[in-house]
Ligand binder design. Structure first.
Ligand code: HXC
Length: 253
């Protein structure tokens, strides 16, 4: 269900359950989380692209699996707890989205650090149409990204939005022609891979803190993470290279 294409220094992780438009079953999520965690540990990989197919990034959590569950069972098992592990991945993850990106699929894309979308992509949180609400971050992350009024509209109507609308709302970072979304995401991943990997991981951590901490605490955390980098070889190399008018060679140390 998960394919990993290594193209060092990047890796493309592909959701591959075409018969269900990549519906995110617990088995698929388990495979996805282990693939991402393995790549996070792999020193040869600097940046990860997460994609689906041209037709669907993912059409949501698996309705066939969910239909018969009770609240008591879900509260006891918490099948969504495993999703939280994606937020602990230190390397940047870029979602390359085409086709349907709905419900849990949209929530998964929002757990990534950037979203590059094909102009054909369709976003939405249609959980309300099946009698529930988002449960994997939709009410929280979408609201941070697009603001209260739009998040209310998206989640309360269950409407589907175009890539252009998702871009204008602030959910998507870049919209590309249909044939280009994966290439564009890979280009972005390669560009990030040229930077010092410790600085990249610190930047990711600091930005994500802004979603959790009040400003004064977030600023302190940012300063701590910034100052910490002054003990890395990459900081010395980066600044010396600038002064010596040459390109830096970052080693991730
Ligand atoms: C399980 C799904 C699925 C899903 C599609 N399929 N979405 N299976 N879970 N979320 C399956 C269909 O049952 C069908 O299988 C096959 O994929 C193709 O789908 P079709 O509906 O025939 O395709 P199409 O007519 O092109 O319509 C595409 C679609 C529609 C608009 C995306 O499939 C759709 O509305 N899907 C559900 C979207 C949704 O409600 N997502 C939110 C889920 S709730 P068969 O076997 O019939 O061929 C959620 C909650 C997260 O994500 C957290 C909760 C705790």
């Amino acid at each position: 269900m998960i394919l990993v294409h290594r193209e060092e220094p990047i890796a493309v992780v592909q959701l591959n359950r075409p018969e269900a438009l990549n519906a995110l079953s617990p088995e698929l999520m388990k495979e996805l989380v282990s693939a991402l965690e393995e790549l996070d540990r792999d020193e040869k990989i600097r940046c990860i692209v997460l994609t689906g197919s041209d037709k669907a990034f993912a059409a949501g959590a698996d309705l066939k699996w969910m239909v018969s569950h009770t609240a008591k069972e879900l509260l006891a098992k918490d099948p969504l707890a495993i999703w939280d592990r994606i937020s602990n991945v230190k390397k940047p993850i870029i979602a390359a989205v085409s086709g349907f990106c709905l419900g849990g699929g949209c929530e998964l894309a929002m757990m990534c650090d950037m979203i590059v979308a094909s102009e054909t992509a369709k976003f939405g949180q249609p959980e309300i149409n099946v009698g529930i609400i988002p449960g994997a971050g939709g009410t929280q992350r979408l609201t941070h990204l697009i603001g209260k009024s739009k998040a209310m509209e998206w989640i309360l109507t269950g409407n589907i939005y175009s890539a252009k609308e998702a871009f204008e709302a602030g959910l998507v970072g870049k919209v590309t022609p249909a044939a280009e979304y994966l290439n564009e995401a890979k280009k972005l991943a390669l560009k990030i891979s040229e930077k010092g990997s410790i600085a990249v991981a610190h930047a990711k951590q600091a930005i994500l803190k802004s979603f959790e901490l009040p400003l004064a605490q977030g600023l302190k955390e940012e300063r701590r993470l910034c100052f910490e980098l002054f003990d890395t070889q990459d900081q010395k190399e980066g600044m010396r290279a600038f002064l010596e008018k040459r390109k830096p060679e970052f080693k991730g140390r």
